[in-house]
Design a protein around this ligand. Structure first.
Ligand SMILES: C[S@@+](CC[C@H](N)C(=O)[O-])C[C@H]1O[C@@H](n2cnc3c(N)ncnc32)[C@H](O)[C@@H]1O
Length: 339
């Protein structure tokens, strides 16, 4: 029998785990599509944000950007293709736990953005670096993949989710989990479940400690208030995916599916500013970036060729990134350090 977070950790990142297998798990072709994979426009908006932060921070050189959970490197690539003002100062560190993804990403970024260079301003690490810097830490859809502990309100306190032989089983929660759950939610009805996101909180704290001055930018699905979890069935916020479809129980066939949990932003340290992704992207140039495509299509719509149609598809991508039923509803949280 394993506590749920230990089970999910193994199922995702252990030998044979979902992100460890060689089948291309977690890629566009395989299991899900993230915002950077949906459209280059996402990275272009982040590039515009980085240019702005670089100026706000007094144009530091080097300007260090660390990306947690960098996956296949798509966001890094689009940032290098998009930055203008900070381009010369930018030093980028992709942090990715999967050895395979790290290698693929580094090779792809080098081959796309730095074809003529002997040395590239990009490194790829397995874990967050040590030491402080001035710059930005970014994470898109990382925290939802850091397994939570799950507790359930009982008549007398809280029980905690465990997994045994492919099924869920509940044990009385130890004192630390009882105390944390009670502190987070004083009015949970009996039977209601709650995630305790200690790994996400620890990652956030480590990311903040890296910055002597700068910003931490986290983009993910989730809720700003843990009480919102109590109002939903557990499988609405603790989900599995395989092949772009919801994939049922997380408890059986470990490694066969992604396990992800909505982020409880109020369980993270500090006091970030919040926006919805749709609004954040519009504040960082999305409308200006798509206006020319809209204008182009107005002129080409009657008799479009393949290029016109490709340009038109940018408008669909922008719609997907800002759809308030989907990616547009993601939370963008920004912590400011040293201001
Ligand atoms: C859902 S994917 C998102 C990938 C990418 N950020 C994107 O938006 O396309 C999450 C990634 O985080 C990685 N990951 C999980 N825990 C990590 C950790 N502690 N440090 C670095 N990477 C981690 C996984 O291997 C996976 O590639």
């Amino acid at each position: 029998m394993k506590r749920f977070d230990a089970f999910a950790e193994q199922a995702l990142y252990g030998p044979g785990g979902f992100y460890t297998r060689s089948r291309g798990a977690g890629t566009t072709e395989a299991d899900f599509i993230t915002s950077p994979e949906t459209s280059n426009l996402f990275g272009a908006c982040v590039a515009s944000y980085l240019d702005r932060v670089w100026r706000e921070l007094g144009e530091p050189n080097p300007f260090v950007v660390v990306e947690g959970g960098s996956g296949n490197g798509k966001l890094c690539r689009d940032i290098f293709l998009g930055v203008q003002d900070c381009a010369e100062s930018l030093r980028y560190v992709m942090v990715e736990r999967s050895d395979k993804q790290r290698d693929v990403a580094l090779r792809m970024v080098a081959a796309t953005c730095f074809t003529d260079s002997q040395e590239i301003p990009v490194a790829a690490l397995r874990d967050l670096p040590h030491g402080q810097f001035t710059g930005v830490v970014i994470a898109n859809e990382l925290l939802d993949n850091l397994p939570p502990r799950i507790v359930k309100r009982t008549g007398t306190g809280w029980s905690e989710l465990h997994v045994e032989d492919g099924s869920e089983t509940w044990r009385s929660a130890p004192e630390d989990a009882q105390n944390m759950a009670t502190a987070i939610s004083t009015n949970a009805p009996e039977g209601a479940c709650l995630p305790l996101q200690l790994k996400a909180a620890v990652w956030t704290k480590r990311a903040l400690q890296l910055l002597d001055k700068g910003r931490l930018l986290v983009v993910d699905y989730g809720f700003r208030n843990s009480d919102q979890f109590l109002q939903l069935p557990r499988d609405e916020w603790l989900r599995t995916y395989r092949g772009h479809r919801r994939a049922g129980t997380p408890f059986s066939e470990p490694g066969s599916r992604d396990i992800t949990c909505d982020v409880a932003f109020d369980q993270l340290p500090g006091d970030p500013l919040f926006q919805m992704q749709a609004d954040w992207l519009k504040d960082h140039g999305l409308i200006e970036m798509t206006e020319w495509a809209r204008e182009h299509w107005r002129n080409a719509a009657i008799s479009p060729d393949a290029r016109d149609v490709a340009i038109r598809s940018l408008l669909d991508e922008a719609t997907a990134l800002t759809d308030k039923e989907g990616l547009g509803n993601f939370v963008v949280a920004e912590w400011r350090v040293g201001d």
